[in-house]
Design a protein. Structure first.
Ligand code: CDP
Length: 202
């Protein structure tokens, strides 16, 4: 079965947690596409070359989740050639046999506009910064400033800006507990699977 769940939204909105839960529930593969941009951002040198030659080792680095890696990722993510170099891999992953969940910024709009399910997970900046601060520590005001800067860059760029797809279900987790958000996402996928015509046997 080919079935894609596209989960987009700004930093620390809960995309990763929801994506992992949906993937586990339905037995789908999961790709955190932000890790690709983080790996390009921290690699240094020419970002286009880094994206074209990204390796398994680059993606296994233990410094990809830092505040700095997030900022570096959003700086290289504005470069169209970087995005182009990462596109085919993400598309193949989305349409692989057995179902896939991808989370990022442009999955429902650019990488896989034909995705069966599109979710846009968001929350206000203060709530998101607080969550990221609980994860990373440091100075909360600095975490909020970095997150606002990254939001502005991700939404304002010309290439694949962050925005909800027209047909995305918006989940605002500002006041929605993560378990409730997961339950809504799972119910949405289930409803679609029930409504979909049965696949003919091959
Ligand atoms: O985990 P968090 O939401 O903080 O960020 P991430 O998903 O790891 O993404 C890091 C950065 O990569 C984002 O701020 C974007 O600039 C970029 N990104 C992107 O442009 N397109 C994607 N599909 C995923 C990430």
């Amino acid at each position: 079965m080919i079935f894609t769940v596209a989960i987009d939204g700004p930093a620390a909105a809960g995309k990763g947690t929801i994506s992992r839960a949906v993937a586990e529930t339905f037995g789908f593969a999961h790709l955190d596409t932000g890790a690709l941009y983080r790996a390009v951002g921290v690699k240094g040198g020419d970002p286009v070359l880094a994206a074209q030659t990204l390796s398994v080792e680059d993606l296994a680095r233990d410094d990809l989740r830092t505040l700095e890696a997030g900022q570096a990722a959003s700086r290289v993510a504005v470069i169209p050639e970087v995005r182009a170099a990462l596109l085919a891999f993400q598309r193949r992953f989305a349409r692989r046999e057995g179902g896939a969940v991808l989370d990022g910024r442009d999955i429902g709009t650019v990488i896989c506009p034909e995705a069966e399910i599109k979710l846009f997970v968001t929350a206000n900046a203060e709530v998101r910064a607080h969550r990221r601060w609980l994860e990373l520590g440091g100075d909360e005001a600095q975490v909020l400033a970095a997150l606002r800067e990254r939001d502005a860059r991700d939404m304002g760029r010309a290439a694949a800006p962050l925005k909800p797809a027209d047909d995305a279900l918006v989940l605002d987790t500002s006041e929605l507990a993560i378990d409730a958000a997961i339950a809504r996402a799972i119910a949405h996928v289930q409803a679609h699977l029930r409504a979909a015509p049965k696949q003919s046997p091959r």
